[in-house]
Design a protein around this ligand. Structure first.
Ligand SMILES: Cc1cc2nc3c(=O)[nH]c(=O)nc-3n(C[C@H](O)[C@H](O)[C@H](O)COP(=O)(O)OP(=O)(O)OC[C@H]3O[C@@H](n4cnc5c(N)ncnc54)[C@H](O)[C@@H]3O)c2cc1C
Length: 462
């Protein structure tokens, strides 16, 4: 059932009425409800087989309310796209602090996971930048929650994979938006040197506002240039460097600034870059408006769509790898399991656990610093009709098996499992809290069945 045609205010009440009605039907009914944000999760997580799927974007029209002051914030609907918050915020000179690489995702969809990008080392993930939520629980109740009010539900819903309630509104922390971004890339051939520089840049007071990185193995093809909006100002330098088939590690940095600060910012960047150990001839610098930098993946999406390369299977694998194990991980995965990166980019960058709140539902490794490693593969049909999907899935499996056998303490981000046993292992010591929250806020397991954690009418196992 698609109820997206209803008007916005009615939508909010309808969400409440639907969940309440199913709750009142009791365990005898097998109806379930999935909130569908932008539907960009990859394994049917926003689906409800034989149940009700609520198109959360129908709530988008609810007016965003900006509060301007010392600690600015915006109240938005759970179905709002981050790109719209950026566009509206810029009219007030404000923007959220923490992003995802792609902004055509909903607030409810990313807050149900974490929302990680190159700003996370400084601000934490998006779930660390939310003041308040309005949630419809699985018992058909509307609850406002925050650090101070109904805090167990607040923390549970953040990173909670949609299990405890449907986010209908969120209050997001803002900061002054810069006008421009210096977008910088430098290359390394040595992984240890690359990660040392990344860790240095993400610890303490960093000059940069964004730190990411990616791996390049025998690189060919358009899919690797999905951020091809990057347009270095120094093509002469770019031409000078030849990779000779080596595995390369690209450090990607951004510095925000306003036009009247250009001279100071250039000096700061020059000084910070001089302390890095990249290959000197591989400094690529681009200067773009802030919105263009943040919306960079969408620019690539348009290019890929025009070539029929966007609507293809994306067997992505996202891992959180403890810092102490990242060298072992890289040696085996980049040096052995993967022989090229022509299926799509592999992102890799460190984040600091001190910026994450361990009361939320998201599961991270047990170390102060851990890496997000994102294998963003696309299975593209070739002239033989083979899209390579099986090959990518086998590679993903091999990576996961290696992590398991080598006991790396890796956790999946945007996790996907088929059995409750696997979920239990994923949550580890946090499983009990997750189950307790489920029985408090959605005891009939009505919500987000597509995550395949709990089944309606099947008792939870501790
Ligand atoms: C091109 C691309 C780039 C990406 N880059 C990043 C990145 O840089 N960093 C990152 O962290 N992630 C990234 N992601 C992953 C993305 O954050 C998740 O897949 C997210 O869930 C997608 O949001 P959505 O609005 O499409 O949610 P959906 O796929 O619609 O929903 C995801 C889950 O959340 C639940 N849900 C949706 N809305 C609500 C709500 N209002 N209340 C409660 N539950 C809800 C759904 O039921 C489902 O279980 C990327 C995805 C894509 C496609």
């Amino acid at each position: 059932m698609d109820i997206s045609t209803l008007s916005n205010f009615t939508m909010q009440l309808k969400i409440l009425a639907i969940v309440k009605h199913i709750w009142q039907m009791g365990p005898g009914s097998d109806l379930t409800v999935a909130a569908r944000g932008h539907g960009h999760s990859l394994q049917g997580q926003s689906q409800a087989h034989g149940g009700i799927v609520i198109n959360m974007k129908s709530l988008q029209g609810l007016k965003m309310q900006f509060h301007i002051g010392n600690l600015p914030y915006v109240d938005v609907s759970g179905g709002e796209l981050w790109i719209n918050i950026l566009r509206e915020g810029l009219k007030h000179g404000l923007a959220p602090k923490s992003w995802t690489d792609y902004l055509h995702l909903t607030v409810g969809g990313t807050l149900s996971n974490a929302g990680i990008s190159g700003q996370a080392f400084r601000h934490g993930p998006q779930i660390s930048n939310v003041h308040q939520l309005e949630v419809v629980t699985g018992k058909g109740e509307v609850v406002t929650c925050s650090e101070k009010q109904n805090s167990d539900l607040f923390h549970g819903v953040l990173g909670g994979l949609g299990q405890f309630g449907i986010i209908t509104r969120a209050r997001i922390s803002l900061e002054p938006a810069p006008e421009m971004v210096k977008w910088i890339r430098v290359l390394y051939t040595d992984f240890a040197t690359f990660t040392r520089d990344q860790e240095e840049l993400t610890s303490g007071e960093s000059t940069f506002d964004y730190v990411e990185g990616f791996v390049i193995i025998n690189r060919t093809g358009l899919l690797n240039n999905w951020r091809s909006s990057f347009n270095p100002q120094d093509p002469v330098q770019a031409r000078k460097f030849k990779s000779d088939g080596r595995t390369l590690f690209c450090l990607e940095l951004a510095k925000y600034f306003n036009r009247d600060e250009t001279a100071v910012v250039n000096r700061e960047i020059h000084s910070s870059l001089s302390q890095l150990n990249h290959i000197p001839s591989t400094l690529f610098v681009s200067e773009v408006p802030y919105i263009e930098f943040l919306d960079r993946v969408h620019i690539s999406e348009i290019k890929l769509r025009s070539k029929g390369l966007w609507e293809v299977p994306h067997p992505w694998l996202n891992l959180l790898v403890p810092r102490s194990k990242i060298q072992t991980f890289a040696q085996q995965v980049f040096g052995n399991i993967l022989t090229d990166t022509s299926n799509g980019p592999i992102l890799i960058y460190p984040v600091n656990k001190s910026k994450w709140d361990n009361r939320t539902s998201v599961v991270t490794p047990d170390e102060d610093v851990f890496y997000l490693v994102a294998f963003l593969s696309s299975a593209v049909p070739s002239s033989t009709g083979n899209d390579g999907l099986d090959h990518i899935l086998i590679q993903n499996k091999r990576i996961l098996e290696f992590c398991e056998i080598a006991r790396l303490g890796v956790k999946q981000y945007l996790p996907h499992y088929s059995t409750q046993g696997e979920w239990k292992a994923h949550f580890g010591s946090r499983w009990e809290v997750f189950v307790r929250r489920k029985s408090s806020y959605d005891p009939l397991a009505i919500l987000a069945p597509g995550q395949r954690i709990f089944q309606k009418a099947v008792p939870y196992s501790q």
